[in-house]
Ligand binder design. Structure first.
Ligand code: GAP
Length: 521
């Protein structure tokens, strides 16, 4: 399926089956704002639980926090967001469309990468098993020329951004012949910086003194609470603080469904460590996080690391975990070595000490921080993109199925009486009443059984249990697994055990190999 077509199908499927609706749709919607429907909210909650359990339950040295969205405005001066949380903005004078200059350049580079990959694929096909990809990439003249071109573009762009030389960014766009992707026009305005924070006013305070911001990241709530948490929970370094919550950014271009929104949710963890150990802990968290992703079973080839060319103002190393979305590989999660930038800056701006007394080193210091930060909405899109399948069945019929990992499925069990008869309904309802204490369970008696299976497949229900007339005789029901469509006859009292076994977080976590701690390496 073409990537554009797949994204469109996911968007319409999400709406039809109650995963994601456009926000305030009766007023024609609001760009890049979405509401999560009945199955969307279940899936979102399950993703949150998977993350929270992996961070807080599985690490004895990580604790949780739920800080408020509004923070003292000086927070954002200290964090650097007031001065540096900008995107380089450029307008096309003819189409009046607004773009991020860095994205225009990135997309240009991606096209060159596409040409290189095509060349490699062609050679792979030609030489078969004898093909040595690394050697080909290092020697083939076209590949080498294009790789050099990419390096030159990236280096010039990085320098221009580091020097805040926006005139050179515009010059680069013009020299590369980059056109407005929609209109083809090359008639560009100058590039200027645009701050991404949303401002609002606090209660009765008028003028600038009343301006506060909607937080653009949840991380700062963790930093300003660092000592509160450390003391209250008696944490010893190294330790982490995890948080899930809304963040807001006035994105210049917010599009691609829930990939880039102006209001979104983040799952962030700040890990506080002794200065000088950041490289080891950075690698530890890279490994730990990629394992979390791969344990979902969405396909290992769907992930890759991407090192940042342009480091954020707070980082000494940073990378993204990218996922192969329908629009191609894009950032899903960021892992950043944030040094002591935030805590030191909050010390300076607040005049309060944010230091830790290390009993081993017998000294106080401002800890360094490794951050893992993943967008919940992007994770949701990653799960849906990998799960969405249209299958042609043996009998020639089609089914659309969401092969969501069982433990994340919005509905775990649907109980379906084969026909609408009181005696079958009674057993089915009894089963639902029993299962619902443990699992999200649905009861459905409307339409033919085949149609009901299709409905449950379309929302990704892990198991369907059918109650029929034989159940009245032998106390057995038919349990059908979503992906294989395999049906087994089992005693009704076994259903909960079967489902529990297949959807347990315990299984996912116990199958995950432990990452060696830096001290053990
Ligand atoms: N505290 C660090 C931080 O916020 P980031 O790379 O700017 O780092 C972290 O954001 C993650 O938040 C991203 O990897 C992405 O998954 C998610 N994210 C960022 N902007 C987003 C947006 N406009 N819409 C949806 N998710 C977004």
């Amino acid at each position: 399926m073409a990537s554009d077509e797949k994204l469109k199908k996911i968007i319409s499927h999400s709406k039809e089956y109650g995963f994601v609706f456009p926000s305030s749709e009766i007023y024609d919607g609001l760009s890049a704002s979405y509401d999560y429907g009945p199955y969307g909210v279940e899936l979102k909650n399950n993703i949150k639980t998977y993350w929270w359990n992996a961070m807080v339950k599985m690490h004895e040295n990580i604790v949780g926090l739920d800080a408020s969205i509004f923070m003292h405005p000086t927070t954002w001066k200290a964090s650097g967001h007031v001065d540096a949380f900008n995107d380089p903005l450029i307008d096309n004078k003819d189409s009046k469309k607004r773009y991020r200059a860095d994205v225009l350049i990135e997309e240009f580079v991606a096209k060159i990468e596409g040409k290189i990959n095509k060349e490699v694929a062609k050679a792979k096909k030609k030489f078969g098993d004898d093909f040595k990809e690394a050697e080909f990439r290092a020697t083939h003249p076209n590949v080498l020329r294009r790789t050099k071109q990419i390096e030159a573009i990236n280096a010039r762009f990085k320098k221009a951004m580091d020097d805040n030389d926006l005139a050179d960014v515009k010059a680069q766009i013009e020299e590369l012949g980059i056109a407005d992707p929609e209109s083809g026009s090359k008639n560009w305005t100058d590039v200027r910086q645009f701050n991404l924070m949303f401002k609002t006013e606090l209660g009765a305070v008028s003028g600038d003194a009343g301006i506060i911001y909607l937080r653009p990241e949840t991380a700062q709530g963790i930093f300003v609470n660092f000592l509160n948490v450390q003391k209250a929970a008696r944490m010893k370094i190294p330790f982490g603080i995890a948080q899930i919550g809304k963040a807001f950014r006035n994105e210049i271009i917010a599009r691609q469904f829930i990939f880039r929104m102006r209001e979104f949710e983040q799952m962030e963890m700040q890990f506080f460590i002794p200065p000088g150990t950041q490289s080891k802990w950075y690698h530890y968290w890279k490994e730990e996080r990629i394992k979390w992703h791969k344990a979902l079973g969405l396909g290992e080839a769907n992930y890759r690391f991407h090192d940042h060319l342009k480091l954020a103002h707070y980082a000494d190393s940073a990378c993204d975990i990218e996922f192969d979305f329908p629009m191609g590989f894009k950032e899903l999660e960021g892992i950043h070595s944030r040094t002591d930038f935030d805590l030191t800056s909050h010390e300076e701006h607040s005049g309060k000490k944010l230091q830790y007394y290390d009993p081993h080193e017998e000294r106080s210091y401002v800890p360094y921080v490794i951050e893992t930060s993943i967008g919940l909405d992007r994770m949701f899109l990653a799960v849906l993109s990998a799960a969405y399948e249209e299958e042609l069945l043996e009998d020639g019929s089609k089914r659309t199925v969401l092969k969501i990992p069982h433990f994340l499925a919005p509905v775990k069990v649907a109980v379906l009486p084969l026909v609408k008869k009181d005696e079958l309904a009674a057993i089915s309802q009894k089963l639902v009443n029993d299962l619902k204490f443990e699992f999200t369970t649905r009861y459905d008696e409307k339409d033919a059984i085949g149609r009901r299976y299709r409905r449950q497949d379309a929302i990704g229900t892990a198991y369907c249990v059918t109650v029929d007339f034989e159940t009245l005789e032998d106390g057995c029901v038919t349990i059908r697994e979503r992906d294989s469509m395999q049906q087994d006859r089992v005693p009704v009292e076994k259903v909960a055990d079967i489902v529990r076994e297949q959807i347990s977080f315990r299984k996912v976590f116990s199958d995950m190999e432990a990452t060696p701690l830096p001290e053990e390496v």
